[in-house]
Ligand binder design. Structure first.
Ligand code: ZN
Length: 576
């Protein structure tokens, strides 16, 4: 590609709203432009970078027998009802009526479409396993946008669906896909944490996430540096440290004016927050049961994890109760106590029974009760781990201190099993001629997030430093100094020779000052810069600089093509 023809405009300054530095360089380099917040147009440079990622993914998926296919984005809503997914979703996909008044959804994945197709094609176990994959751009109405390109609403992903005869085969295969994804991330120089993301009711891990640790991300995970255990905060099995036992003391009401919050209460009574019980009034909605008033007790120094609570309650939604609802059960907002309340579901965190003599509300304004003890003074319908994991909580595997950190989900591996297949009657005949449901796996790699994460991890003060596999072009070719016919001729020849050798070259053929060209070469982050200078013209040499290193070296012009091919093919080299 000739720079003079490339549809691009590099910027000296990043737009003010861009806070992440890699994202700033993507904007400044003219890879992407926001159309509106959270919605990005990809310029040719960005599209070329995407193509490199797509190539990597295709090679990787094809190597394990993957076959590329495409599925329609707009689908009948009835298909999503048939699979049962429609009723399980917290936030349904964008849906509307088409002109023939059919209800349709804008799919964000294709489990139903794949199974519906499998119903027609897969008859025998001999046709399994199979891996289909699609590279496309789902749109998800996420509400608030975050993290620049990392949190784009419409984003390039690779979706893989594997179909199997049984669960064991799926489990083996899903490990293989995960290894492939790991290879892609490693090739891009991205450090990834494998995280348990979703659990079956029995406790088996159903979904795994591949997360890039970054403060820009919205995933929260707990991770043990000692044994490698890592899990999403919503399913983490962190241990809890019990306080030392002590004899139960008698309950006693004390006046506590203006102590509606735990910090105020602890300060007023001069006690640590760990000596208090926090009451939360919630309304849970359960399928077929309607709304249920829930009284939750966690220790004052901990916080509720709503996802964990939803799971133990088997609730579809959990939300705060109104003050009127709280008073209607005889409790007092801000001074709520589980003692003496009847006819409501009490859920306590598993740390509560181990914590004696806590200070709890007294169910009357301005009063708390000292020495409230679970078991003696009140009971709960459910005792379970329902609090947020904290930095330093013991690892469930080895007991070392867990670290809680944020990250961005870069890929997901989900062992769907046969649930959707049973609902949709997607079956095959096994060796004995018996009808069996197809077992499915779903794999997603977030390609645009990969591009964005590489930009965040691979740049310096001057611009991007693309690793070879994602670099839009392998070589930035330029002449130095005033236009000369001789330099131009050498550049044209090298451009043609490199192209013929299969190397993607960005040829800066503009009549610009050297400084402008050098700055753009650094900003765009092309791995290898080749400069044809006046001195080199006389000696038959070109100057070479690797984007990630400071040194400039000189090699004979005739040896350039093999040199470049070797450099690009032997990646990963040492990235400093
Ligand atoms: Zn551990």
């Amino acid at each position: 590609m000739r720079m003079s023809q490339l549809f691009v405009q590099t910027l000296r300054e990043a737009p003010t709203e861009a806070s992440l530095s890699g994202y700033q360089f993507l904007l400044r380099g003219g890879f992407i432009r926001p159309l509106t917040t959270g919605n990005y147009s990809f310029l040719p440079l960005g599209a070329q970078t995407r193509r490199k990622i797509e190539t990597m993914v295709r090679q990787s998926m094809d190597a394990i027998g993957g076959q590329e296919a495409t599925f329609p984005m707009v689908q009948p809503l009835t298909l999503w009802q048939e699979s049962g997914r429609w009723d399980q979703l917290d936030t349904p996909p964008v849906h509307f009526r088409d002109r023939s008044q059919r209800e349709v959804v804008m799919a964000f994945s294709h489990k139903e479409a794949v199974l519906s197709m499998a119903c027609n094609i897969v008859q025998s176990y001999r046709q399994l396993p199979v891996l289909l994959y699609q590279i496309w751009r789902p749109f998800r109405d996420e509400g608030r946008t975050w993290g620049g390109l990392l949190g784009a609403q419409e984003t390039l992903v690779v979706d893989g669906y594997s179909l199997h005869a049984d669960q064991a085969n799926l489990e083996k295969f899903s490990r293989l896909v995960q290894e492939r994804f790991a290879g892609i991330f490693a090739g891009c120089g991205l450090a990834i944490v494998n995280v348990a993301a979703e659990m079956e009711e029995g406790g088996a891990v159903k979904a795994r996430s591949m997360v890039w640790p970054s403060k820009a991300g919205r995933e929260v995970l707990a991770r043990c540096r000692d044994c490698g255990y890592a899990a999403d905060q919503d399913i983490v099995r962190a241990g809890k440290t019990s306080p030392p036992p002590e004899p139960m003391r008698p309950m006693e009401d004390v006046e506590t004016p203006e102590c509606k919050s735990i910090p105020n209460l602890a300060r007023f009574l001069s006690i640590p927050e760990a000596r208090t019980a926090k009451a939360l009034f919630l309304v849970a909605y359960r399928e077929g049961q309607g709304d249920d008033f829930i009284f939750v007790v966690v220790r004052g120094d901990t916080d509720l994890n709503e996802a964990k609570l939803k799971r133990v309650l088997k609730a579809k939604t959990v939300g705060p109760a109104t003050e009127a609802e709280i008073r209607s059960v005889g409790a007092e907002p801000g001074y709520g106590s589980p003692v003496g309340l009847e006819g409501l579901t009490v859920v306590v965190d598993d740390l509560i029974p181990q914590s004696p003599n806590l200070v709890a509300g007294a169910n009357r304004p301005g009063y708390h009760t000292l020495n409230v003890n679970y078991g003696r003074d009140y009971q709960a319908a459910i005792v379970a781990d329902i609090t947020l994991v904290r930095d330093g909580d013991p690892c469930p595997e080895c007991g070392a201190a867990l670290e809680v950190e944020q990250g961005v989900q870069m890929a997901g591996i989900t062992e769907e099993g046969d649930g959707y297949s049973r609902a949709m009657n997607a079956t095959y005949l096994d060796q004995a001629g018996k009808t069996q449901p197809i077992v499915m796996g779903h794999y997603r790699l977030y390609a645009d997030r990969l591009l964005a994460a590489v930009a965040e991890t691979h740049h310096d003060a001057h611009g991007l430093v693309w690793p070879v596999p994602v670099a839009p072009y392998g070589v930035y070719l330029m002449t130095l100094g005033k236009y000369s016919e001789a330099a131009d001729a050498v550049a044209e020849r090298l451009y043609a020779d490199l192209g013929a050798a299969g190397v993607d070259v960005l040829y800066d053929d503009r009549d610009e000052r050297a400084g402008v060209k050098f700055n753009d070469a650094d900003l765009l982050g092309i791995p290898l810069r080749v400069v044809i200078g006046e001195r080199g013209l006389k000696t038959g040499q070109v100057e070479l600089k690797r984007r990630h290193q400071a040194e400039v070296e000189t090699i004979p012009t005739d040896g350039l093509v093999p040199y470049v091919k070797d450099f690009l093919n032997t990646w990963p080299g040492p990235v400093s």
